[in-house]
Design a protein around this ligand. Sequence first.
Ligand SMILES: [Ca+2]
Length: 224
Amino acid sequence: MKFKPHWIIQQLNSCWIISSRELIARFTRAIALFVIEKDAFYTTYQRTSAHIHCCRRMRGLWVILFVLTIVSIGLTVEGKIVPVCDAVKELERAKISKTLFSNWICLMQSESGMNTALLTGPKTASSYSHGILQINSARWCTRGRVGGICNKRCEDFLNDDIKDDIACAKKIFDQEGFKAWDGWTKKCKNKPLPNIAHCTRKRRMALEMGAESIPNDDCNCLTN
Ligand SMILES: [Ca+2]
């Protein structure tokens, strides 16, 4: 049988309309019949009860559809909170100077809370900032198509892969330094920086133990 979503919506809508109008009429008729003729009352009562049951099921369907919609929206916008050591690993892959790792992590934490899907704005010139590094559409990327100085779609900075985010952020850093990010200026500049020593320590311990692989939740980012 071919699925017809418009038919379901029609049924649901008609049920809602009937429930608020027709039910009152049916109960009124039922009360009148009860007074006049007892048997006729029971017949009408059964029909009305069946209708109430039908509407309850329809309302149940509405609730299910509503919950599914909310869940699907939630899945769409839900981002990944990147573990610190995973971010450090990506910084190393991007050949960022190790002496700046703590600043980069502080930058990510202060700008986005390490959330890859964070979208903020609009700011000046209707620009938006995207992702874990809050890359702005005013200059660095273009919304909906490839563009900007980084020659990227801004939406690409909202997914869980932060390699391209870091690559673009490197260009921002090369041109403007960390001061390009308000979060870094307010929360990192001349402030205590995040301690990422545990990322290097776990890696070093694993190497000393001769482990060939390290569990996912550990950091295998630093080779020194
Ligand atoms: Ca990305």
